[in-house]
Write a protein that binds this ligand. Structure first.
Ligand code: SF4
Length: 345
């Protein structure tokens, strides 16, 4: 039966520090996310109960869009699968990180270790309720300092599922590198800058050299399709890294290291508070990066806030990319180079 839904309402969970949701996306500060278990802390995840709730949410979604999902770019009208299984898991259940990004809303307190997560995943697999048709994402805190990271990674590599890991890149992980070589793991590192000063402003740690060295290390000796499994991200942060010079430095670094995949996003707090009113200079920078990627055979993708910004775009696509004209167009919108009015801690 055809109805509007998404792969995460159907078969997704996102495990965070205190709750389990269908996904980690949030279109609107006020609407929150699609909750499945509001408060699980160190409780055991009871899969039968969780599937019951997911079945109910599917029923509601058939009637009309669930509140938290309204306007989401993932909703599609399709013949959805009614079976109970999980094929998308986002791990977000720890908050420790070795970076301290200005756009991160995660509180870096040290929560109790959640031994239950690893055990729950083993149980899910044992019950044959996990299918490898989706994707596993690690997003959390920093995966490379998560105690059970290697064990979780090994489990999912054995299951043959695709895995996407968002890492600060400050530490090099052999498990990640081995997973990339097998073609199962994608690593996404977001330096958001190529200059040490801007990196330090954004990340509030002084690790720019280390991160770019690790990106190079992950990229080393990769051939063919494996090359695009090392993705480097640039989050455009108005007032911080949104200049022609900074973006150009970043692109030069991408070229120098022969990176084959670039992701662009727009700072979530800025995008959310300026919905439908994103500054033209943000679009010009997005167009510039896209153009550079096309010219150099690099894959260009947008992440969440940038995807919404792109959908809402009324500002004409940039067509001239020489340095002087680009700088002139950016200069025209200089007044928009304001800082986001919501910034964390
Ligand atoms: S918010 Fe979007 S991605 Fe998340 S469950 Fe709803 S429709 Fe799916």
């Amino acid at each position: 039966m055809k109805y509007r839904s998404c792969h995460l309402i159907e078969h997704g969970i996102s495990i965070d520090v205190s709750s389990i949701k269908a996904c980690c996306l949030s279109r609107d500060f006020n609407k929150g996310q699609l909750m499945i278990v509001p408060s699980y802390y160190d409780n055991i995840i009871i899969w039968d109960k969780l599937f019951e709730i997911k079945r109910y949410q599917r029923l509601l979604q058939k009637e009309s869009d669930l509140d938290a999902c309204e306007g989401c770019y993932n909703l599609r009208e399709e013949d959805w699968d009614e079976e109970d299984y999980i094929s998308y898991i986002n791990f977000d259940h720890w908050s420790q990180c070795n970076s301290n990004c200005i756009y991160c809303g995660v509180q870096r307190y040290k929560p109790k270790t959640k031994n239950n997560v690893l055990n729950a995943i083993k149980e899910l697999i044992k019950q044959k309720k996990f299918r490898n048709t989706g994707e596993i994402t690690f997003q959390g805190g920093e995966p490379t300092i998560l105690k059970e990271f290697d064990q979780l990674l090994k489990l999912f590599i054995n299951e043959g599922v695709k895995i996407r890991i968002h890492s600060s890149g400050i530490l090099f992980s052999r498990s990640i590198r081995d997973g990339i070589k097998k073609g199962q793991v994608t690593v996404v590192i977001s330096p958001d800058s190529a200059s040490k000063d801007v990196y330090k402003t954004v990340k509030r740690v002084d690790k720019s050299d280390k991160v770019w060295a690790n990106i190079k290390h992950y990229r080393r000796n990769l051939k063919g399709d494996l090359q695009s499994l090392v993705k480097v991200k640039y989050i455009i942060i108005p007032g911080v890294n949104d200049t022609y010079e900074e973006v150009t430095l970043f692109l030069e670094k991408i070229k120098q290291l022969d990176i084959k995949s670039v992701i662009v996003d727009v700072e979530y707090a800025y995008a959310n508070t300026n919905k439908g009113n994103i500054s033209p200079h943000v679009y010009i920078l997005m167009d510039y990066i896209e153009h550079f990627c096309k010219e150099n055979g690099i894959t260009y993708d947008l992440y969440d806030s940038a995807l919404y910004a792109d959908k809402e775009r009324t500002f004409e696509k940039t067509s001239v990319f020489n340095k002087d004209e680009l700088k002139q167009s950016l200069e025209k919108f200089k007044a928009y180079r304001i800082q986001s009015n919501i910034r964390y801690n």
